[in-house]
Design a protein around this ligand. Structure first.
Ligand SMILES: N[C@@H](CCC(=O)N[C@@H](CS)C(=O)NCC(=O)O)C(=O)O
Length: 304
């Protein structure tokens, strides 16, 4: 139990739902730390060194930023049942980017009433663009077309080939695609119903995914999570690939940042870079030495 994964998340976060569902597929026990949905996040920053997106996962003094590397870690910690095969990582990136980028404007463009100004200001800082309700309203129509086209891909596969998107068991592709349907349904149920009309295989599948549940979470206080990091040593088991195009050796000063939004630079010393992840070491008085893991696809790393 003490080495179970700690997930820093909040209930309404779709990327967190992807991880919660993946943990459900593993029937995993995990620890749940609730974090704010806007900055400041004072008990998260000591762990990540500035990465602010949701969710973040933690195992002792190892910190995992972005669902891509969190999922790789979930698969490593609990290998059975296997969730990842074939082109699942590519499907995951599609669900995170084009499918998610169609979902978000539909939701925010169709919300009735005032959006909390603090939330709007935070999302401006996150995206680097004005949070413009008029522009979002104008995007709803075109984005609905994009959304339904992509949902129909899921329907085609499910109608042709069975219960799950990739193989005979639920896996990463299901969790990744589902997050967008879950997010739209929670926030714009009428639009979700309209856009899923006639996509019967998706309708049945999303109920099957929901039934999987979230595994066995237990609540953990954010200060207890910091203490767990402080009293643990980073595991240091990730291998460095000398052929990595980053071209830095372990020990070199490095930065890592997302290439889309939430582009805060995290600084540290390179521990390992390989096709799956880049790991940097950093220190903070609240947690001591931690290793912070990021995916490669969708992230930029370089010399600091
Ligand atoms: N590529 C990231 C995207 C994560 C993301 O966009 N998360 C949203 C919430 S679901 C976020 O960070 N929102 C701002 C916040 O929570 O502060 C991942 O896969 O983890």
């Amino acid at each position: 139990m003490n080495d179970s994964l700690i997930l820093h998340h909040y209930d309404t976060s779709p990327f967190s739902e992807k991880i919660r569902v993946a943990l459900g597929m593993k029937s995993a026990a995990w620890r749940s730390v609730k974090i704010p949905n806007i900055m400041p996040k004072p008990d998260l920053m000591p762990l990540t060194g500035g990465y602010r997106r949701t969710p973040v996962a933690q195992a002792g003094a190892d910190v995992f930023c972005d669902t891509q590397v969190i999922l790789a870690e979930v698969e490593r910690m609990t290998p059975e049942p296997r969730l990842v095969g074939g082109l699942d990582w590519a499907v995951n990136l599609w669900a995170d980017r084009p499918f998610f980028m169609a979902t978000v404007p539909i939701i925010f463009g169709s919300l009735k009433g005032e959006i909390d100004p603090a939330f709007a200001k935070d999302r401006e800082q996150l995206s680097g663009r004005p949070f413009d309700p008029n522009a979002m309203r104008a995007a709803v129509g075109p984005m609905k077309q994009q959304w339904r086209a992509q949902a129909a891909w899921l329907n085609q596969q499910l109608a042709a080939d069975g219960a799950w998107l990739a193989g005979e068991r639920p896996g990463l592709a299901d969790a990744a695609a589902y997050m967008n349907i879950w997010f739209l349904e929670r926030n714009a149920p009428q639009i979700a119903a309209e856009l899923l009309q006639g996509l019967d295989a998706v309708q049945a599948w999303k109920r099957r995914v929901a039934e999987i549940g979230h595994g066995a979470p237990s609540e953990l206080d954010s200060t207890a999570a910091l203490e767990i990091a402080r009293t643990a040593e980073p595991r240091g088991t990730d291998t460095h690939d000398p052929a990595d195009p980053l071209g830095l050796s372990p020990g070199a000063a490095a930065f890592v940042m997302a290439d889309d939004y939430g582009r805060d630079r995290v600084l540290g010393r390179l521990v390992a870079a390989n096709p799956e992840r880049v790991v940097i070491a950093r220190e903070d008085p609240a947690v001591g030495l931690v290793h912070v893991h990021f995916p490669r696809a969708g992230y930029i790393a370089g010399p600091a």
